[in-house]
Design a protein around this ligand. Structure first.
Ligand SMILES: Cc1cc2nc3c(=O)[nH]c(=O)nc-3n(C[C@H](O)[C@H](O)[C@H](O)COP(=O)(O)OP(=O)(O)OC[C@H]3O[C@@H](n4cnc5c(N)ncnc54)[C@H](O)[C@@H]3O)c2cc1C
Length: 397
């Protein structure tokens, strides 16, 4: 059996839902294929930070665009993304304070409400934190976190309202090729024939691209997290979404005095581990790993001494060799596009990169697009994504 579409999107995480929605908004007949349920990949396990601070202008551009989209979600997409502005704090040791000041200045030029704080300023903004080891911090009071179910659900609802289809629980889709071009996607016993296909399948994008003869440097990236129940006075402020270079830990407040923190798999976030291969399952962090994550944070948040460990989870994101997304047309295969390489930060980039990729798919020239630096060709041309004032730790900056 065969059906037709203008565009088939493989994968209904934040990347696929975003490309699909904005392509449908441009009038394309879109079909989204998802092997499981929406947000059943990394997107469903995200901490959901929506913040702007990045040390290179290319990611900063898309981070700011997405932050603006979440700030006006009802108008831009419809429905809600669950965006909660509990603030974003990016803490660095003294040696990185000059770089941070430069990057805060860059963000301000881009219209982001942000300031550089010293250690005392951090404690004023977040009174439950200790100033120990803090050189400086970037503070974004208007940033926060969004809900993946709300975000992806509203994008897919908007896609359907514009005539698009979302096919769920299809099992793994495959490309349909004819004479070195992609002509559609096979999902179960249905072929959906389309002149354009976009792969937004997380780490599985590598295997799909290989079906078209393209080698994509994308690997599984397990990221562990867990919940701690803090023992704090009723009405205590919710901790901001925080990345703390000095403790090499991330955390944010959750409703009900809980704290979401990184746990287990720290090496994958810090990028000191080698790439993972294949599609083996990854176990959730153990209780001991969650406690170890909390112990690393103790010097920053002393009240964690009384915290109770709760559940943990792992989400498998996609990792690339330079820690940045791969987006755009795949060279040599007409009609085939990708958006993958979340690298532990792709939830925020999904809406803005998805919108820009939809405009490229609709005909805008890729070479002139702000997505161009994220094209696959950078790995052969050597055009690195770099800022003038990079930090040292992992891909998170
Ligand atoms: C614990 C954790 C915390 C994180 N925190 C943040 C954060 O605070 N901020 C941030 O910006 N990012 C964060 N991230 C990263 C972010 O969540 C991911 O980068 C992003 O959600 C990836 O979205 P995606 O759409 O590319 O991939 P996914 O969400 O993995 O979606 C891919 C989809 O493709 C489907 N699929 C795969 N193969 C096929 C196939 N053959 N056929 C059909 N369907 C297929 C999968 O089922 C899946 O639903 C975090 C991730 C984790 C795990």
């Amino acid at each position: 059996m065969a059906e037709t579409a203008d565009l088939v999107v493989v994968g209904a995480g934040i990347a696929g839902a975003s490309v699909g929605f904005f392509a449908a908004q441009r009038g394309l007949r879109v079909v989204v294929i998802e092997q499981g349920l929406p947000a059943s990949g990394a997107s469903g396990f995200t901490a959901g930070y929506i913040r702007c601070h990045y040390a290179n202008p290319h990611e900063a551009y898309f981070a700011v665009e997405s932050w603006r989209m979440h700030s006006h979600w009802a108008e831009v997409v419809g429905g809600q993304s669950g965006f909660r502005r509990n603030g974003f704090l990016f803490i660095v040791p003294p040696a990185l304070a000059p770089a941070l000041a430069e990057n805060v200045a860059l963000m301000r030029q881009m219209g982001v409400p942000t300031e550089a704080l010293d250690a005392q300023g951090v404690v004023l903004a977040q009174p439950f934190l200790s100033p120990e080891g803090i050189g400086a911090a970037a503070w974004e009071p208007e940033s926060g976190f969004a809900d993946p179910g709300d975000s992806i659900g509203s994008l897919l609802a908007g896609l359907r309202a514009r005539g698009g289809q979302v096919r769920l629980e299809t099992g793994p889709a495959r490309l349909v090729m004819a004479q070195e071009r992609v002509v559609g996607v096979r999902a179960g016993d249905i072929d959906i024939l389309a002149p354009r296909v976009v792969l937004t399948a997380g780490a599985a994008t590598r295997g799909l691209a290989a079906q078209a003869g393209v080698e994509l440097p994308v690997f599984p990236m397990p990221i562990g997290a867990g919940l701690l129940r803090r023992q704090v006075a009723p009405g205590s402020p919710m901790p901001a979404c925080t990345i703390d270079h000095t403790t090499e830990q991330w955390y944010r407040g959750e409703i009900g005095d809980d704290l979401v923190i990184g746990a287990g798999y720290e090496d994958s976030i810090g990028f000191s581990a080698g790439p993972e291969e294949g599609d083996k399952p990854f176990a959730s962090p153990t209780r001991e790993e969650l406690v170890a994550g909390a112990a690393r944070l103790l010097s920053r948040m002393p009240d964690l001494e009384r915290a109770m460990p709760r559940g943990t989870w792992v989400g498998v994101d996609s990792r690339t060799p330079d820690g940045h997304a791969i987006a755009g047309p795949l060279p040599g295969v007409e009609g085939l596009y990708v958006l993958t390489g979340g690298n532990g930060k792709g939830f925020k980039f999904g809406p803005s990169m998805g919108r820009t990729l939809a405009s490229v798919i609709a005909g805008e020239p890729f070479a002139a697009s702000p997505l161009h630096p994220f094209g696959l060709e950078r790995f052969t041309t050597g055009q690195a994504i770099r800022g003038a004032h990079e930090y040292a730790w992992g891909s998170f900056a």
